[in-house]
Design a protein around this ligand. Structure first.
Ligand SMILES: Cc1ncc(COP(=O)(O)O)c(C=O)c1O
Length: 398
């Protein structure tokens, strides 16, 4: 109750603004509250001034662009699952990758990036970072010797996805770290496809792991978000950049991801189980030319997959016989699979990388790395596997 209200008869408009308060309760809620607030009030002008001038403090909440308890809860939760010292969340996966690039690269620096990544990651390094004076060499990181060959005295970051999107090739994180660590180069791995349940890049030697929270961590296709997993020292620098540039995750979105995370492991296991059944089906179908997935017998990264990951991805690509036209016809005939970009949600999705997720990569470059016009990417959801297989069969044979 406001002290003022005892001495003065406050009007409804004032009470409506100032009487909202949360009673402290003894019981702890199963889910944490959402701190859906842009700013935090302090008991005195001095205490607020001190906190602002005292620099970034993870646990002191002043303004939600800097930090917020719901964001912080999410950061600590994901850090705990993946085994990193700390984390910082952002408003999208691309914002997480951009935050890392903007924080740890400056004009005159050099980056080494895998030649097969999500299209906008390629675009970020190829166009935007180049505009700011950062040069990038794109190499096939599935052979880590290519990283070694591309090193320059000014190389500051090595970045790859493993498995890669949409080719599902793996890069050996430990072997890459053996090259970057002695030179003090930051090794950054996009772990969106595996989630912290199936792969922990920092435990393998990476310095930073990034996720599009939009994918498996949230898992329900209702949030766009990102997170950077890192040590406490790097987080201070990332937070300073985040506070100034502003790509923060809304507290309500952070809370939704916390809700999604509770079922992360059960979802991942079901995604994997379905994906393995679907790979088997696709391999056996006469209309299928090629399946891209580490569980395909004879896959060049099968041994690495076994060592580096504790589960199989639910993303795969497939080439259907008949080229580009047949690929689009196949996508158009699907009934349960939604025609949509993204991945990692409970629903199965189908898309055409060359004209959608990877369209930003010039055609010649795309084809040089093997992203063909006849490739269809499937994100396998958690529906019944037999229903999904029936849908794929009717689309292939229809
Ligand atoms: C592997 C990977 N990393 C990053 C991103 C970007 O994530 P967001 O869409 O949340 O910005 C995507 C998006 O599809 C992705 O597939």
């Amino acid at each position: 109750m406001l002290k003022l209200s005892k001495s003065k008869n406050l009007k409804p408009a004032t009470r409506a603004v100032h009487e909202i308060r949360m009673d402290a309760i003894e019981q702890s809620p199963a889910m944490p509250p959402i701190y859906q607030t842009s700013t935090f009030a302090f008991p005195s002008a001095e205490s607020l001034g001190e906190k602002i001038s005292g620099g970034p403090d993870n646990e002191v909440y002043v303004y939600t662009r800097g930090s917020n308890p719901t964001q912080r809860t999410l950061e600590k939760t994901v850090a705990a699952i993946e085994g990193s010292e700390d984390a910082i969340c952002t408003c999208s996966g691309m914002a997480a990758i951009t935050l890392v690039a903007m924080t740890f690269l400056k004009s005159g620096d050099h980056a080494i990036v895998s030649n097969v990544t999500y299209g906008d990651t390629h675009g970020l390094f190829e166009s935007i970072m180049r505009k700011f004076g950062v040069e990038t060499t794109f190499v096939d990181t599935t052979d880590v010797q290519n990283i070694k060959k591309a090193l320059r005295p000014n190389t500051k970051i090595v970045f790859f996805e493993t498995p890669s999107n949409p080719l599902l090739r793996l890069t050996d994180i430990k072997a890459a770290a053996a090259i970057t660590k002695p030179k003090g180069i930051r090794l950054v791995v996009d772990n969106s496809l595996m989630s912290p349940v199936f792969q922990q890049p920092i435990r393998e030697g990476a310095d930073i792991s990034v996720h599009s929270l939009t994918k498996y961590l949230n898992g329900h296709s209702d949030v766009v978000g990102g997170i950077v997993l890192c040590n406490k020292k790097d987080r201070l620098e990332l937070r300073s950049m985040l506070f100034t540039t502003g790509p923060v995750l809304d507290p309500h979105a952070a809370w939704l991801v916390l809700r999604g995370i509770k079922t992360l492991e059960v979802r991942m296991k079901k995604h994997e189980e379905n994906a393995l059944k679907i790979v088997k089906f696709l391999l056996s179908h006469p209309k299928v030319e090629k399946v891209y997935h580490p569980a395909v017998p004879g896959h060049p990264d099968a041994a690495l997959a076994k060592r580096q990951m504790s589960g199989m991805p639910a993303l795969m690509s497939v080439e259907v016989k008949g080229g580009y036209k047949a690929a689009l016809a196949f996508i158009n005939k699907l009934e349960l699979f939604k025609r949509a970009v993204s991945l990692g949600g409970v629903e199965s999705l189908a898309e055409h990388p060359a004209s959608m997720t990877h369209a930003v990569i010039p055609k010649a470059q795309r084809e040089a790395v093997g992203i063909t016009d006849s490739m269809v990417r499937l994100s396998i959801g958690i529906e019944d596997a037999e229903d999904l297989i029936d849908d794929l069969r009717q689309a292939l044979e229809g």
